[in-house]
Design a protein. Structure first.
Length: 251
């Protein structure tokens, strides 16, 4: 009996698309669509089913594929408009995280600038499945991802923040975390404001006094959405006092 030949990246990407389409649920898609302000296409496939399909697909190619094949498959799936198909590509690539190299960073940057990840869900999946693990393995590309804060593309700016969340949560590289957040305190995009507040809130978990001092210093220029996300874990009285003392009233 001949050993089974593993599928090519293109063949596996096609299979995953068809498998996701078979699981499509129009009612679930309508409900999921309410979580997005930007126009998206949703199949209505739940995360457990998506991850099961990717797990089964990965099992078939884990020994035969390298990082190049995984990147190719992900790129093909990211070209699809549907959120779950993009997510499947990112989760699949994430299963090769132990092989990640710094050369993945420019690939990710191209995906973001080309709007291959064009919703908060896709950007956050990219960060959790690819960028977070990559920066844990190879932290020196942080200088490059930090420069993303100046991008005209809102998805690139959001990624510059969300990619740092695990470090902030662990209290690691906080000077860098705060430097990136500082550049985006008054960003006009709501999804960037929320990401900035999220990052600051996580940074405050290990050093609440540092977060408070940062907010008191820069509070007047902080967008209200960012500020409210950042102070979520403070006691109610502290939240109220910070809102008053900083007179944060930006949109």
């Amino acid at each position: 009996m001949r050993p089974q030949v593993p599928p090519s990246p293109r063949a596996l990407a096609l299979e995953l698309r068809k498998d996701l389409e078979r699981l499509a649920d129009s009612a679930a898609a309508r409900q999921a669509g309410t979580y997005f302000r930007e126009p998206v296409e949703v199949l209505g496939v739940g995360t457990p089913d998506l991850r099961r399909l990717v797990r089964e697909a990965h099992r078939r190619v884990a020994r035969a594929w390298g990082l190049r094949e995984a990147l190719t498959a992900c790129d093909l799936l990211l070209r699809d408009r549907r959120v779950e198909v993009k997510g499947a590509g990112l989760v699949l690539l994430g299963r090769f995280r132990r092989r990640f190299e710094p050369s993945v960073i420019p690939v990710v940057e191209r995906w973001l600038t080309a709007d291959r990840c064009d919703s908060w869900a896709s950007v956050d999946a990219l960060c959790s499945e690819v960028l977070w693990p990559l920066l844990d393995l190879h932290p020196f590309p942080l200088a490059r991802t930090g420069r993303w804060a100046s991008s005209p593309n809102r998805w690139v700016r959001r990624a510059s923040l969300v990619s740092l969340v695990p470090m902030a949560r662990r209290g690691e590289r906080l000077p860098f975390v705060y430097s990136v957040a500082l550049r985006l305190l008054d960003d006009k995009e709501g999804l960037v404001q929320k990401a900035c507040g999220w990052l600051l809130r996580e940074a405050g978990k290990t050093d609440a006094s540092r977060l408070e001092a940062f907010l008191r210093r820069h509070g007047p220029r902080v967008r209200r959405t960012t500020f409210r996300y950042a102070i979520e874990r403070f006691p109610a009285a502290k939240r109220a006092a910070l809102l008053v003392s900083t007179r944060t009233g930006a949109g």
